[in-house]
Design a protein around this ligand. Structure first.
Ligand code: ADP
Length: 426
């Protein structure tokens, strides 16, 4: 450029990076005008202006622009690859952007929907009511309300699906809504499974009521007729016959008890759960009073710390303590001084109760299985057992969002721990 000026007499202006004496670099603007005499360049008038600050600003701007482009690329990537349907609406409900999943799901092109009122777009034309509902909800979202609901929308070729749909208002510094993000997640699988589960539950509850009624009727008959035989022929029956009658009646009674317990188990559901304040201290005292006779007969020493007031379902908590305490009594080892300890410790978010005994204990391979429905350890099958008690305990604890477990060794006793959340949402 400098040579050009000398040769052709052209003024120049260019940015030049100079190396200073100390080795550092400095951006300058070099300007020069050549002076000619007899067609020969005799001098150049020129200046070097320090433009380092301007260059630094330009560089920072370029860097920011590159970063912004990178963020925009990433955003677009997420926006388009998201499994969910996502877009942007103006507060009056005009769709300004929709991601590829939303558009291709319905076999559309962007121009079919962008710029249109959202409720007039293909997805919502499944029914007038759906469109009206959306319109009303967009109105509410444009006033700052977050909206969420499940809705069935239209896909490709008349196919429909259920989505969990959100309208999220975006507000500026003055708290005014300047945009709304419509967002949908495909939940058809969940909806189907939920429906199936509700149907199954209804079927099961009908089934267990019918079965228990139908099963108990013949049992009542066995009972009744066995007792009649016992009364009518008591003179002619020998001891063996009387023993057989006793076994038959006892078997029928046990089966009837099992049916009742099974019915209670199947009735324990989330929807009946009423959460209230439960005074576990007085509740446990009451249970111990109810079992006083057995405790005395077996010479069991009971130790109990002060127990807390907790949030829970009073009927469930009562059954839980009742089953665990009665097991500790039932499976006491009478060859030694039997001991039962009931205690509770407080954790930040839950209570942990422990019912400990020094009874017959449980071998490690059965620690999980005893919580299964109808599981009884072979050796004790003849006792007055149904194998339902701990399954009920497990279900009650899980309805209270807690856990139940046992620590035990054969011959050494058992510690049954269960937790109950301090705050439970009914
Ligand atoms: P059930 O006592 O009616 O059989 P549970 O479900 O309450 O039913 O208990 C399942 C099995 O767990 C019992 O059959 C018994 O073998 C064992 N078990 C329960 N509690 C104890 C305990 N405290 N000590 C020893 N074994 C126990």
């Amino acid at each position: 450029m400098f040579n050009e000026a000398i040769k052709n007499g052209k003024a120049y202006e260019t940015d030049v990076k100079l190396i200073k004496k100390d080795g550092s670099e400095l951006w300058t603007k070099a300007k020069g005008t050549p002076e000619f005499k007899d067609n020969r360049c005799i001098r150049i008038y020129g200046t070097f202006q320090d433009i380092q600050e301007q260059k630094d600003r330009e560089e920072a701007l370029m860097k920011a622009q590159n970063e912004l482009a990178e963020v925009a690329r990433k955003f677009k990537g997420i926006f388009n690859s998201a499994f969910q349907f996502i877009g942007f609406l103006t507060p009056d409900g005009t769709l300004t952007e929709a991601n590829e999943s939303a558009i291709s799901f319905a076999g559309l092109k962007p121009e079919d929907v962008i710029g249109k009122k959202f409720w007039d777009c293909h997805w919502w034309t499944i029914s007038k009511a759906t469109q009206e509902e959306l319109k009303k909800n967009i109105e509410r979202a444009s006033k700052g309300e977050f909206i969420q609901y499940e809705v069935e929308i239209l896909g490709k070729e008349g196919a429909t699906t259920t989505i969990l749909f959100n309208l999220k208002p975006l507000t500026n510094d003055n708290n005014e809504v300047f945009s709304i993000i419509p967002e949908g997640r495909l939940i058809q699988d969940i909806v189907d499974t939920r429906k199936e589960l509700i149907n199954k539950n209804n079927e099961l509850s009908q089934f267990s009521t019918i079965v228990s009624h139908d099963l108990k009727e013949p049992l009542r008959m066995i009972n009744q007729f066995m007792q009649k035989i016992d009364h009518k022929y008591s003179g002619s029956l020998d001891d063996k016959a009387r023993q057989y009658i006793y076994y038959a009646v006892d078997g029928a009674k046990r089966m009837s008890k099992m049916i009742d317990e099974l019915l209670n188990y199947s009735k324990l559901t989330e929807k009946d759960k009423i959460i209230e304040l439960v005074h576990t201290n007085s509740l446990v005292n009451e249970i111990l009073k109810g079992s006083e006779q057995l405790i005395q007969e077996k010479n069991i020493i009971v130790e109990k710390t002060d127990l807390p007031d907790i949030n829970g379902n009073i009927t469930g908590i009562k059954v839980l303590f009742n089953n665990l305490i009665n097991n500790a009594i039932k499976y006491a080892d009478l060859s030694k001084m039997a001991l039962i300890k009931i205690s509770c410790i407080s954790h930040p978010s839950e209570w942990e109760f422990c019912i400990e005994d020094n009874g017959i204990g449980i071998e490690p391979e059965n620690h999980q299985k005893i919580f299964e429905l109808f599981y009884k350890i072979n050796k004790y099958k003849d006792e007055d057992t149904s194998g339902i008690g701990l399954a009920i305990c497990k279900k009650i604890v899980s309805l209270h969002k807690g856990n139940i477990r046992v620590e035990s060794d054969l011959g050494k006793g058992s510690k049954f721990y269960f937790t109950i959340k301090k705050i439970i949402h009914a």
